[in-house]
Structures are given as structure tokens and as C-alpha cells.
Design a binder for this molecule. Structure first.
Ligand SMILES: N[C@@H](CCC(=O)N[C@@H](CS)C(=O)NCC(=O)O)C(=O)O
Length: 203
């Protein structure tokens, strides 16, 4: 199998962090988004949607969508569980993963994609007003998350999960999007510092 990766881009990084937490090594195929390699015929043959990451299995099957790829590895290598254990915890992880993916990663991505000059060739058309519209949405979600983290180590309690991975990547993606976590959100800052200190965060 091989994982089509894209350097600093947030979604491939989610998968790399997930793999690092599991201690799984998968050969990486670097795709240079800046050079629009993902829009070249060779990669379109892998993922016609022209997005990374993509996991190609030995029989040629291709999985895309970061969370689908992570779920595949969770089934292959259940330890440590990163999607929760038991009906309630699994549902909580799913709920928070989706909340953070849509409420934070998605809104930060909208700011980056629609306002950053480097995205002009990739996000066509760039709609600056949509980027600006998402800035307060990012802040609103961060305040919500800060209240939630007041009495929790990780997003879903005492156990690190894929919801924390999506959160880490989303917060780190704020830097290129030229956004910052407000200083008074001390719970988000403490949680982000803790999960950034895990070896997997270097992936
Ligand atoms: N929902 C997809 C999103 C994939 C995605 O948007 N990947 C970005 C990199 S973070 C990409 O390949 N962008 C290329 C482009 O927008 O043209 C996932 O979770 O994997």
C-alpha cells in the first residue's frame, strides 16, 4: 500500500499523525500541491476528485477522505483505539470529530482558501467575502471548545482520540490562515500545548 501525501497540508497530516499514534509505517508518495501535481493526469487516475490524501492498496483499491483512511487503519490495528471504545464513547468521538472538522478545520480552511494569495490557482474563484465571513465562525467555535475543555484533558475526556488529531491540525492550520487563538482561551491553549508535545505531532 502507499499513501499519497502532501507535506504541510492539513488533511494528509491528520492521517500521518494517526499512523504515528498507532506506530504504523506506510510508504509515502509526495504530491506537490504548489506545483498542482494533484491536478495532473497521474494523480487524477488515483483520485479524480484531485484531493489528498489518498491511500492506494496493493490490489489497486483507492481510499480517500482522511477519516475513512483512518477508520481503515483502526480496523486493521485496533490498538490504541483512536475512535473510542463502546457505544457511547465511539459516538462521542464521532460527534466531536465531526464538530471540529466542520466547525473549526472547515472554517479555518475557508479563511485560508479564500483569502490567501497562494491559493488563487487552487481555489477558483476565490471569494474574499466568504473568507472574511468565516473568521468570526472560527472564533465562535474556539470559544465553544474552550468551555468544553475546561474540565477535560482531551476532547473526549481522559483518552486521546481522532477528534484531538483533527483539532490539533485545525489549530496549526490557523497560522498560514493568519488567524490566532485569543489569549484568554486558556483551556484551548493548554490542550493544544499538551497534544503538540506528543511525538505524533511532528508527523
Ligand atoms: N475531505 C477531504 C479533504 C481533502 C482536501 O481538501 N485535501 C487538500 C489538502 S489539505 C487538497 O488536496 N487540496 C487540493 C486542492 O484544493 O486543490 C479529506 O478529509 O481528506
Amino acid at each position: 500500500m502507499k499513501l499519497y501525501d502532501a507535506g504541510r497540508a492539513p488533511n494528509p497530516r491528520r492521517v500521518r499523525i494517526f499512523l504515528a499514534e498507532k506506530g504504523i509505517e506506510v510508504p509515502l508518495v509526495p504530491i506537490d500541491l504548489g506545483r498542482l501535481e494533484h491536478k495532473a493526469p497521474a494523480f487524477i487516475a488515483v483520485n479524480p476528485l484531485k484531493r489528498t490524501p489518498a491511500l492506494e492498496l496493493d490490489d489497486g483499491t483507492v481510499l480517500t477522505e482522511s477519516i475513512a483512511i483512518c477508520r481503515y487503519f483502526e480496523e486493521l490495528h485496533p490498538e490504541p483505539p483512536l475512535f473510542g471504545t463502546g457505544p457511547l464513547e465511539c459516538a462521542m468521538v464521532e460527534m466531536w470529530q465531526r464538530r471540529i472538522e466542520f466547525g473549526l478545520l472547515g472554517t479555518v480552511a475557508a479563511v485560508f482558501r479564500h483569502l490567501h494569495p497562494a491559493m488563487a490557482e487552487m481555489e477558483v474563484p476565490q471569494v474574499a467575502a466568504w473568507g472574511e465571513t468565516n473568521k468570526p465562525k472560527v472564533l465562535e467555535f474556539l470559544h465553544f471548545l474552550d468551555r468544553h475543555l475546561a474540565d477535560r484533558t482531551f476532547v473526549c475526556g481522559d483518552t486521546f482520540s481522532v477528534a484531538d488529531i483533527t483539532g490539533l491540525v485545525a489549530i496549526d492550520f490557523m497560522k498560514p490562515a493568519r488567524l490566532a487563538v485569543p489569549d484568554d482561551l486558556s483551556n484551548v491553549k493548554r490542550w493544544h500545548a499538551d497534544i503538540s508535545a506528543r511525538p505524533s505531532a511532528r508527523a
